[in-house]
Design a protein around this ligand. Structure first.
Ligand code: TXA
Ligand code: MG
Length: 345
């Protein structure tokens, strides 16, 4: 079921998509779980296999800009400029949809998200299938995105008809998702194309749902990208005076550059010893998976710089976290939803 992505396997995968099956395939960001985007029954299977709630819309993948235009009723000039600048690549554009896209794909929204991936296997697959390909990240809902074919198999196993193995994903973090408000780009999800480079190409980008705002209203904190082991995001600000619990058990540590804690660390993952955010993004989800497989009691993540790809990494960490941590008087103090300090049995 997991097959190296050579020409004949890609042909087989395209045939599976044509008859309404599911194929996991590599992209430059993360692996996707694909179905024919014009076939509502095939798309329904994506929701089933991922255990994904039907209110969460899916990105449609195309192999050319023309194929994208065929799915939208209009495309404002800033969107066209962004396509010229960043396609193929990790940029998803959300625009009004045509009838060709079933409501299930967009969760009933009048807009469809479309991107052209920068990966030869993905592009070949879409061309051979001859249809736009709806594909969320190939993980179970709410969990870390897979950046290798083996991680897809671990996540979805039997549910997929074929997994195309194209090696580890080059970028390692999902695409940037942009909508448009009167022609002004609005950031829905930071990702592989940095906000800095978007601004350079088209000017102002409206930011929505910044991590600081989400922390300010915990009810909006959507749990996503989450490991099974409780993950706490380290705070730099001073700890609140009460309501905190001292961490017990063995800790896993995730950081950009080498870091230390005043408590025993069972396993540490350093994303980039030199602090390179591109290298860090490429290693992020695999590092999270490795930490989750170590049987640790809790994980602590050191915040990333909030620029470049660090913005996307902080977005994923904030959503993956079940609480926050502070270092004080030689201990690690925790606060979280129910303040889990021991791994659930
Ligand atoms: O890099 C990526 O984007 C990967 C690869 C496989 O292409 N895909 C991916 O898909 O990350 P997924 O389903 O895990 O995340 C898609 C995001 C979700 O946050 C979803 O809410 C948003 O895009 N989205 C999709 N369609 C939308 C729409 N019509 N309006 C607003 N947001 C949409
Ligand atoms: Mg996802």
């Amino acid at each position: 079921m997991l097959q190296p992505a050579d020409q004949s396997t890609i042909e087989r995968a395209a045939a599976i998509l044509k008859r309404g099956g599911l194929v996991a395939f590599p992209t430059e960001t993360v692996y996707g779980l694909g179905a024919d985007a014009t076939n509502a029954r095939a798309v329904a299977r994506i929701f089933e296999v991922k255990a994904r709630p039907q209110f969460d819309p899916i990105i449609v993948h195309v192999a050319s800009a023309d194929a994208a235009h065929a799915l939208w009723t209009r495309c404002p000039e800033p969107a066209a400029a962004l396509m010229r600048a960043f396609w193929p690549g990790p940029l998803t554009l959300v625009l009004p949809k045509t009838e060709r896209i079933p409501d299930l794909v967009t969760a009933g929204l009048p807009m469809v998200a479309v991107r052209m991936p920068d990966h030869p296997v993905a592009l070949r697959l879409i061309q051979l299938a001859g249809c736009p390909v709806a594909a969320p990240s190939a993980n179970r809902f709410g969990r870390a995105s897979p950046t290798t074919a083996a991680a897809v198999e671990e996540e979805l196993g039997e549910g997929v008809d074929l997994i195309l193995d194209g090696g580890p994903a080059r970028i390692g973090i999902e695409s940037t998702v942009l909508a448009f408000d009167d022609g002004t780009p609005v950031l829905l999800r930071p990702g592989g194309v940095t906000v800095e480079s978007l601004r350079e190409a088209v000017g102002p980008i409206a930011m929505r749902g910044r991590p600081a705002q989400r922390r300010a209203s915990p009810g909006m904190l959507q749990r996503h990208y989450a490991p099974r082991t409780p993950l706490y995001l380290l705070e730099e600000a001073e700890a609140p005076a009460d309501g905190l619990l001292a961490a017990t058990g063995t800790v896993g540590l995730l950081s950009l550059t080498p870091a230390s804690l005043p408590v025993p660390v069972g396993h540490a993952e350093v994303l980039s010893p030199s602090g390179d955010l591109v290298e860090a993004a490429a290693r992020f989800f695999q590092a999270l998976r490795r930490l989750d497989q170590r049987g640790l009691d809790l994980l602590i993540a050191v915040p990333m710089p909030r620029h470049g790809l660090g913005l996307a990494l902080m977005d994923r960490l904030t959503k993956a976290a079940s609480g926050r941590a502070w270092i004080k008087h030689g201990t690690v103090l925790l606060a979280g939803h129910g303040t889990v300090t021991r791994r659930p049995a």
